[in-house]
Design a binder for this molecule. Structure first.
Ligand code: PMV
Length: 314
């Protein structure tokens, strides 16, 4: 008997980059994200005899974060050893938040398979321990992750604001520095880290207001500010973290130009070279055409706002 769960990735409009030293993988700043539809991680779990086994796209792998997540469940709930099969319908570990959807799906699958009866907040807490952004993929629509509990919560439902996201994939290669390692390096070496922490808290509060009032223009400016500030922090890390390639930068310029022409669109970029253009529905076609025409853009995907993690079959 096996259980299958799915989850969508999310992208942060107000970014988190940095953790506290408290055990449990707590972010140092609040964050606000949108859960995307179309992109999906599918994870199946079943009991197995001796030790946990993990398969990505049917190839066995040893992933320390997944193994640690299973061990933490086992320590608290005495779950059996599990075989985990997971796959994404999009590039993995390249800045498309595959760890967010991956751990949200894994936690949902374990919860259902082992009949733990955990509510969504507790699942979000479990997912956060493995990957900060995964806490947010437990929920759909627009999602906040903030203290003091550091479990995510839905701010508005997926159908409450028809935001679209056009994703320009500029390479499907895996990133060389993981988010966790990069964050630690920024904390240890960037002269900008302290001001990043204080200013992000203010950005988060303002962004919540803009989402509640559906103020796209104000959110657009603030989200680009948060994104570029995070990448400024990354660049000011020693050695500097540079996740972009030439096509990434060309996309950012093109999106800014479209907004100057009056189209409701803004960009955001996570720890990778892919560009996400968030827009209102009337801008989707021109944004898609523009990004498709940029040299170095390998693929363009369009998504709307998606739902939180769900169980497929049990
Ligand atoms: O989920 P983590 O801990 O791998 O970190 C994700 C960090 C960013 O994607 C760059 C920003 C964010 O808030 O999602």
């Amino acid at each position: 008997m096996s259980t299958t769960a799915c989850a969508h990735p999310n992208i942060a409009l107000i970014k988190y980059w940095g953790k506290t030293s408290r055990p449990g993988n707590y972010p140092a700043t609040p964050s606000l994200s949108i859960t995307l539809d179309t992109l999906v991680t599918t994870t199946e779990v079943r009991n197995c005899e001796q030790a946990d086994r993990i398969f990505f796209d049917d190839v066995e792998a040893s992933d320390p974060t997944v193994l640690a997540c299973l061990e933490e469940f086992r320590a608290d709930f005495q779950i059996p050893h599990l075989e985990v099969h997971t796959s994404n319908n999009f590039p993995t570990a390249a800045g498309l938040a595959s760890s967010a959807s991956g751990f949200a799906a894994l936690v949902a699958a374990i919860n259902a398979h082992c009949e733990l009866g955990l509510d969504h907040q507790t699942q979000s807490d479990r997912a956060r321990r493995a990957s900060g952004s995964a806490a947010r993929s437990v929920f759909g629509g627009i999602v906040a992750l903030q203290g003091p509990r550091w479990v995510a919560e839905q701010v508005i439902e997926a159908d409450a604001w028809p935001l679209r996201t056009v994703i320009a994939i500029t390479t499907s290669q895996k990133k060389t520095v993981s988010s966790s390692a990069g964050m630690k390096l920024s904390e240890d070496t960037s002269p900008y880290y302290a001001s990043w922490l204080t200013s992000t808290t203010t950005d988060f509060k303002n962004a919540l207001t803009f989402v509640q009032s559906r103020d796209f223009d104000a959110l657009a400016s603030l989200a680009e500010f948060s994104c570029l500030k995070m990448h400024g922090l990354m660049l000011s890390t020693n050695p500097g973290l540079l996740y972009w390639n030439p096509a990434t930068i060309a996309c950012l310029h093109a999106i800014r130009e479209l907004r100057q022409q009056g189209l409701p669109v803004f960009f955001t970029v996570d720890a990778g070279p892919q560009v996400k253009a968030v827009c209102l529905p009337q801008a989707e076609d021109p944004v898609q055409r523009t990004l498709q025409g940029i040299s170095g853009v390998e693929q363009v995907l369009a998504t709307g706002l998606g739902e939180g993690a769900w169980i497929v079959e049990s």
